[in-house]
Design a protein around this ligand. Structure first.
Ligand SMILES: Cc1ncc(C[n+]2csc(CCOP(=O)(O)OP(=O)(O)O)c2C)c(N)n1
Ligand SMILES: [Mg+2]
Length: 593
């Protein structure tokens, strides 16, 4: 497309400063909750203040520029699909404001800006459903490079986006209409909040003049999603659309990941940007690794006799570092539900999943350990049980300075929430483990105490395995089905992704399958949402066309979203078949004459 404009009235917002560090969230909420109740709420921010994403404009000037021949042929849309974590274009310094460059978006509608921002943020798939309020956005997906998957309900869109995000590490995107479209994604948003899944949910909204009038398909969208998102915000002007979209992806995918909701009034989506867009927000600098804390960790690893690594999904990208640390220091490893597979469960040091439905041997090992090293996990109640009785040996060792609790977490506010950490290492686990590895004393792996501890853990595994009594009366138990299924899947286990519903089958899947890859179990852990399994499996398959995605569901869970079988059967979904995984067809004998 090439468009020439002659005169453009430019409303220019300069000198943005970041109002928050992208942390989970109470302080980064959208600002419309109260005011949006009023009829005809003034949707434009007052001069000098722009509340988007906690950003604030410091001074605002209104300039009329004569601009000739503004080419819109390439409005800065980089290559669309990325297999990396949705990369964002680098942010410009405050005063680096190039008029020509910033005018490249002039002439685009709000809906187009939403679509093009998705491309800029590396989005390849949107799970969405149509409705009057989101049509100006939906229209942009004709001939788009972004795949649009229409599940059978917005709840299914939400869980599919979760399955996509959890299995790939990328941010899942949902698009709904206003009112019932939005209320239908409350469950997936809460689910994503509980299980730290990066999601950007976009909802259409009635035009700003109708907001607060109980208009057709109007709901208090931002107020409804506020408690179940990291950030929830209603866009106020076409100028800020692109900047808000970029900030949404940053917030969803940084720190402790989670869902973000952006509400998009219809008039702003049809409005045409006249002049410059609000520049992209500045990004906070990366967190430095705390070497002093790591020194302390290295020292504890030297003196502790019975250390154990307790790993959560925050370590999803640290497979190599974690395995190296466990092997270097001879440390047994147990994981949470979502972290199964980060450390291969076939490894002799693996103690498998811990907690209420986890392995008894993992729980015994935790109770006997003098140094619990939590990596990317949050000591949630399903893993600790009664806190007063949790980890007595580690507590005593902490008091003597010979062990205790080491907590690696990207979100500093998570540390100390449940248990007092003996050493807190805030920041990205991968970087911290990489720095720690050369600091640890490899000699400790072979000390008699360590060898005895590793042997003891191995004995616990043999003494307290998962067992069940198989049926003898021609019936089959859930465990038998899962064992048989795993036997068939095992030759391809490195390409296996399993989604589940919620209930016995979910926990038995964890127990009777051995997990070898990160992001291979896709399940609703924190909220325990029945109906999650099928749409999440669809999302996981869309994100991983080369993998074999299997749904293990309970009858009741399946009944809650089984209408989404229609989405799975849609030929337009078309995940590329992997020849390695496609069974060779059995040759049919020539028909007898
Ligand atoms: C939306 C929702 N409603 C209710 C529950 C409570 N609940 C947890 S498990 C369960 C039964 C699940 O049955 P099924 O899916 O058949 O699994 P099974 O335990 O038989 O393997 C119920 C009702 C829930 N987790 N989610
Ligand atoms: Mg059942």
């Amino acid at each position: 497309m090439s468009v020439c404009l002659s005169t453009v009235t430019l409303t220019r917002s300069r000198r943005l400063r970041l109002g928050h560090a992208g942390r989970a969230s109470t302080e980064v909420r959208g600002s419309r909750g109260e005011t949006s109740r009023r009829r005809g709420h003034a949707s434009r921010h007052p001069p000098g203040r722009l509340s988007a994403c906690g950003l604030e404009t410091v001074g605002r000037d209104r300039t009329t520029l004569s601009v000739h021949h503004v080419r819109l042929s390439s409005f800065g849309v980089p290559s669309p699909v990325s297999s990396e974590l949705n990369p964002r274009p680098p942010c410009r310094p405050i005063d680096d404001f190039d008029d020509d460059e910033d005018l490249q978006f002039s002439g685009l509608t709000g809906g187009r800006l939403v679509h093009d921002s998705l491309l800029e943020c590396g989005v390849d798939t949107v799970f969405g459903y149509s409705g009057g309020a989101n049509l100006p956005i939906l229209d942009q997906f004709h001939d788009s490079k972004i795949r649009f998957v229409m599940n059978r309900s917005e709840q299914c869109c939400g869980h599919a986006a979760e399955g996509y995000a959890r299995s790939s590490g990328r941010t899942g995107v949902i698009l709904t209409t206003s009112g019932p479209g939005l209320t239908n994604i409350i469950t997936p948003l809460q689910d994503a909040r509980g299980d730290s899944t990066p999601i950007v949910a976009l909802s259409g909204q009635v035009p700003t003049a109708a907001v607060g009038t109980d208009a057709f398909q109007e709901c208090m969208a931002v107020d409804l999603t506020r408690p179940c998102t990291k950030w929830s915000y209603q866009v106020q002007s076409v100028e800020e659309v692109r900047s808000v979209m970029h900030e949404a992806f940053r917030v969803a995918s940084s720190g402790k990941r989670g869902p973000v909701h952006i509400d998009l009034p219809k008039d702003i989506m049809t409005a045409v940007l006249q002049g410059a867009a609000v520049p992209l927000p500045m990004q906070p600098p990366p967190q430095a690794v705390d070497r002093k804390a790591l020194d302390h960790v290295a020292n504890l690893l030297r003196v502790a006799k019975k250390p154990i690594l307790y790993v959560g999904q925050g370590a999803n990208d640290s497979v190599a570092e974690l395995t190296a640390l466990a092997e270097l220091c001879n440390i047994p490893v147990t994981t949470t539900l979502h972290a199964m597979g980060i450390f291969s469960e076939h490894h002799p040091l693996s103690m498998h999943m811990l907690g209420m439905h986890g392995a008894a041997y993992a729980n015994y090992a935790i109770q006997a350990s003098d140094l619990i090293i939590a990596v990317g996990s949050r000591f949630d109640d399903r893993t600790t049980g009664l806190l007063g009785k949790y980890a007595p040996v580690a507590k005593a060792a902490a008091a003597e300075g010979k062990g205790g609790f080491v907590h690696f977490d990207i979100e500093a506010s998570q540390i100390g929430r449940v248990l007092e950490a003996t050493v807190a290492v805030a920041g990205d686990c991968k970087g911290a483990l990489q720095t720690l590895l050369p600091m640890v004393d490899p000699g400790t792996a072979s000390t008699p105490a360590r060898q005895e501890w590793a042997r003891h853990c191995g004995e616990l595994k043999e003494k307290f395995p998962f067992t069940y009594t198989p049926c003898t009366d021609n019936k089959i138990k859930t465990q038998q089905v899962i064992e048989a299924l795993y036997k068939g899947l095992r030759p391809q286990e490195e390409k296996m992704v399993v989604s589940t519903g919620v209930g016995n089958h979910q926990m038995m899947s964890c127990q009777f399958i051995r997990w070898t890859q990160p992001r291979s179990i896709i399940t609703s852990g924190s909220l325990g949402t029945m109906g999650f399994g099928l749409p999440a499996a669809i999302g996981a398959q869309v994100a991983n066309p080369d993998k074999m995605v299997v749904l293990i569901d309970g009858d009741s869970s399946f009944n809650m979203t089984l209408n989404d079988l229609g989405t799975a059967a849609d030929p337009n979904l078309n995940p590329r078949p992997n020849p390695d995984l496609t069974p060779t067809p059995t040759p049919t004998p020539n028909p007898q004459p």
